[in-house]
Write a protein that binds this ligand. Structure first.
Ligand code: EAX
Length: 329
């Protein structure tokens, strides 16, 4: 009897293999998470990656995109990536802060002059040092896409110079660096995970800072009167994989995934930048009072001391900061 059962199950297995020859190779399913919603910068990378990888692997790889905080906030997504319950994430630079302080270096205020310089550094050896460093926290850093240059919005008053920031209650990302930036500027920074519409609407906070696409996609023009083009931080996304998962992949699969993520990132950066002029016009038209030409020198002066703070004290972090400040001078 036992023999018959074993034989029967072997036959079932054999039949299964014979009937679906594709099954063995069609095995890779990837969970990719972002905190933001469809149409967001993160989602555009995620959707492009899904489209390209499914096409390039001829259906051998399928990607399920989780968005709108359905798997939690960015810190929680990163924890799931460490555990390999989620394989990929498109995550804003800020929340990496607590996992690896070296990431503060690329969120440094007034670091990059423009998009080209950001791309050159982040796609080059200095960016690679950051990506490699993340391995000690359980992440395989693949590349950088972008949130973009961050701008201040608030509901209290027009902000032209750094002094106008004094006392504003500003929501910041879960990042010691971002908190220190706004403390140095005289604000009252409150770390809070994304999303923050309700907190702005109810006046729990006076303002926030994010790239232009956020004001459009999240309709902040409905609840924020003033915007200042501070461009105080260039905010990259770090496109990461779970290192535990990565180590199970064949080199060919790794290369396909890495290359495809980079292509998705390059596509998204351009898409984001191409839309900015129209976004600015739209936000003004919706009634936001925009300060196009703030006193950036005053802002820079207030944050000049950050590089000497405890935030960058770890020698390898300090070393990379010095290199990156030199390279962007
Ligand atoms: O894109 O939390 C934040 O402010 C981030 O910029 C968020 O990812 C929105």
């Amino acid at each position: 009897m036992k023999k018959v059962i074993i034989l029967a199950s072997l036959m079932v297995v054999a039949a299964g293999i014979a009937l679906c020859p594709a099954a063995a190779s069609a095995a890779m399913k990837i969970k990719l998470a972002v905190v933001t919603k469809p149409g967001s910068a993160q989602n555009i990378v995620a959707d492009k990656f899904k489209e390209l990888i499914e096409e390039r692997s001829k259906g051998g790889i399928t990607v399920q995109v989780f968005h709108s905080a359905s798997l939690g906030n960015e810190t929680e997504i990163l924890q799931q990536i460490q555990m390999n319950t989620v394989q990929l994430g498109i995550i804003t630079g800020g929340p990496f802060d607590t996992f690896d302080p070296i990431v503060r270096v690329i969120n440094y205020p007034f670091l990059f002059r423009d998009n080209d310089q950001a791309d050159k550094i982040l796609d080059g050896p200095l960016g690679q040092e950051i990506l490699t460093s993340l391995e000690s926290s359980g992440f395989k850093g693949l590349c950088f896409s972008e949130n973009g240059f961050r701008n201040l919005t608030n509901n209290k008053r027009p902000v032209k110079t750094a002094g106008d920031v004094k006392g504003l209650k500003i929501r910041v990302m879960a990042s010691a660096l971002h908190k220190s930036i706004w403390q140095a500027l005289g604000a009252n920074p409150t770390p809070m995970p994304w999303p923050i519409y309700t907190e702005l609407e109810q006046g729990v906070i006076d303002g926030q800072e994010n790239p232009l696409w956020v004001m459009e996609v999240y309709k902040f023009y409905e609840i924020q009167d003033y915007m200042t083009l501070t461009r105080h931080v260039y905010s990259p996304h770090i496109d990461v994989a779970s290192l535990n998962w990565w180590n199970t992949l064949k080199p060919k699969e790794q290369e396909l995934i890495r290359k495809t993520m980079y292509d998705a990132a390059v596509y998204q950066r351009k898409d984001n930048r191409d839309k900015n002029a129209a976004r600015l016009a739209m936000l003004k038209e919706k009634g936001m009072t925009v300060e196009d030409n703030p006193d950036i020198a005053a802002f820079r002066a207030k944050v000049a001391g950050l590089k000497d703070m405890e935030l960058f004290a770890e020698p390898r972090v300090q070393e990379l900061l010095v290199k990156i400040l030199e390279a962007t001078r």
